[in-house]
Structures are given as structure tokens and as C-alpha cells.
Design a protein around this ligand. Structure first.
Ligand code: SAM
Length: 290
């Protein structure tokens, strides 16, 4: 169905199905007709690709994805939307809706079984209350996906796509840079949604790296250090890491010095490579009992 971003169409559907928006499910639907075609095009939906969508609403983005992609699988938690989607997406035979919580779906299995032989892209106007867990799940599970293109709150977009090192970065920035090449695509004003949220948004694209810098225990250690480092971002690493990893300040200072970092360094002053070298040296130091 065309015109799903049209306010009168949305009102008509609400009346027909007795639907009311749920704030707790982050239901702010897109009413700016320019946005969904852009997300679909820039997100990788094409004749030979598969797209996983998270959160369909009335299907405004699903429709644009289905027009372009070979197959679309959309995970939507709100079962009240199932009859609506049957109506709005009836023309598309390449769409499957899965009525589940995205955070409880076995994504690896879903991608293997639903998109055999296809390059897979994730596209979504994410429910904001689960932005971080969804993005982290998509990255950490090492799924066979090419890119993640999602609408998120503007502040989240800034943090997710921040450079390393920079004042805008956080633990999630390091994770994003570790697993992907992030890019801020474009901003979207709050007036582009119904109902309008209190903040502006932005669409970002994370191109998943084929080869990750580390694996197994070294990777786990890296993220333990990153988490500890940003737990109190204004403090020096000597302070944050010694308390989060239960080490002496001397041990931390020694590891910093060994990888050519200042003893007074703070988390926001390290690059991804600095974090990798620092965490490796830190664990080596502790294992050697220095
Ligand atoms: N794609 C539509 C659009 O752009 O207008 C709707 C986007 S709306 C911001 C987020 C959608 O995610 C809603 O349809 C909501 O019901 C759904 N949702 C919320 N929590 C979810 C979850 N845990 N798993 C799957 N879908 C969820």
C-alpha cells in the first residue's frame, strides 16, 4: 500500500483497526515521505538482497524495502499490528512478519534459514528504548550481515558514530568501531514522526567488518577494559581500571607506559588500537604477576 506516510491514511488505518499508539513500545511512525525510500536505498535493499527489518509499525518502511529487495523478514513485537500489516502489505509476496521481541530472536538461525544465499542487510526505524541492546546484539553475535542502517535518536547517533579518540565517544563507540565502519547518513527532524517525539533523530549505517581485530578471550578482555575505562570517564585509567579490574595503580601505570600511553590518560584519549594494545599488555602484566 502506498501513502503509508500520509497522516490521513494513518488515521484511517487507526480507525479501521481501532489502533492506538503505544508509548512504551516506542511507536513513533514516519510521516515524512522522503525518509523510507532513502533508508531502503542507502541501506542496501536491492533485487538480490535480503533485508531484516526491526519494528514495522504500519509497514511504511517494510513497503519500500519489499519494493526493492528479494526478501524482507520483519520482526514486530506488537501483535495488534498483525492484521494491519496483512492489509497494508497484501501486495508483497516477499515479506514475512515474525511476531516476536527482537531481543529474544535467535538471529543467527533466522538469517541462516530465511536468507539462504543472499547478502543480508538490516534496516530499521528502531524503537528508541532498545537502541543499544539491539545494535550490540547485531554486532556481537557475528552475524552474517553486510550492514546495519538504522534510525536512532540524534544523541545516540553522535555517540555511535563518534571518532576515536574524541570527547563524544563512549564504550559503545569502541564496540561500534571494533565491529564496523560507522557513518552518519542524515538527520531527521522530530516533526517527521507521528506522534512527534521530544528529540530529533538521525540515520546511521554501520558497515560490518569482515575481519575483527581479535577473537575469543582477547576480545572479552578488551571489552572488560573498555567498560571499566568508561565507567567514570572523567577519571584517569589508573583510577578506573585499578578499581574495576582489582589491580594496583602501579600495575595499570606500568601497562600504560609499556604501550606508550601517558600515566594520566583518560578513556576518551585512546584510539581503538590503543585500547587493544593496552588491554593485551594489562592482562600480560597481571598474569606475569608484575
Ligand atoms: N517502521 C515503522 C516506522 O518507521 O514508522 C515503525 C517504527 S517505530 C519507531 C518502532 C516499532 O518497533 C514499533 O512498531 C514497535 O511496535 C516495534 N517494537 C518495539 N519494541 C520491539 C521489540 N522489542 N521487538 C520488535 N519490535 C519492537
Amino acid at each position: 500500500m502506498e501513502n503509508l506516510s500520509n497522516i490521513s491514511t494513518i488515521r484511517e488505518i487507526m480507525d479501521r483497526f481501532g489502533f492506538q499508539f503505544s508509548k512504551s513500545l516506542g511507536q513513533n511512525f514516519l510521516i515524512n515521505p522522503g525518509i523510507c525510500p532513502k533508508i531502503a536505498e542507502m541501506g542496501g535493499a536491492a533485487a538480490d538482497t535480503g533485508v531484516l527489518e526491526i519494528g514495522t509499525g504500519f509497514g511504511v518502511l517494510t513497503h519500500e524495502l519489499a519494493k526493492r529487495a528479494k526478501r524482507v523478514v520483519a520482526v514486530e513485537l506488537d501483535s495488534r499490528l498483525l492484521p494491519v500489516l496483512e492489509y497494508t502489505l497484501s501486495e508483497h509476496k516477499n515479506v514475512k512478519i515474525i511476531n516476536q521481541d527482537i531481543l529474544k530472536v535467535d538471529l543467527k538461525k533466522l538469517i541462516e534459514t530465511e536468507f539462504t544465499g543472499m547478502d543480508v542487510y538490516v534496516c530499521a526505524n528502531l524503537p528508541y528504548y532498545i537502541t543499544s541492546p539491539v545494535i550490540m546484539a547485531l554486532l556481537e553475535k557475528r552475524l552474517s550481515i553486510k550492514a546495519v542502517t538504522v534510525m536512532v535518536q540524534k544523541e545516540a547517533a553522535t555517540r555511535l558514530c563518534a571518532k576515536l579518540p574524541s570527547r563524544d565517544c563512549g564504550a559503545v563507540t569502541v564496540a561500534v568501531r571494533y565491529y564496523s565502519e560507522p557513518k552518519l547518513l542524515f538527520s531527521v527532524s522530530r516533526g517527521s514522526f507521528m506522534p512527534a517525539p521530544n528529540v530529533d533523530s538521525a540515520v546511521i549505517r554501520l558497515d560490518i567488518k569482515k575481519d575483527k581485530p581479535l577473537s575469543g578471550e582477547a576480545e572479552q578482555r578488551l571489552f572488560t577494559v573498555v567498560k571499566g575505562a568508561f565507567s567514570q570517564r572523567r577519571k584517569t585509567l589508573c583510577n578506573t581500571i585499578s578499581s574495576s579490574l582489582n589491580l594496583s595503580k602501579e600495575q595499570v601505570a606500568r601497562a600504560l607506559k609499556d604501550v606508550n600511553l601517558k600515566e594520566t590518560a583518560r578513556a576518551e584519549e585512546l584510539s581503538l588500537d590503543d585500547f587493544i594494545r593496552f588491554s593485551a599488555r594489562l592482562y600480560q602484566t597481571t598474569e606475569e604477576g608484575i
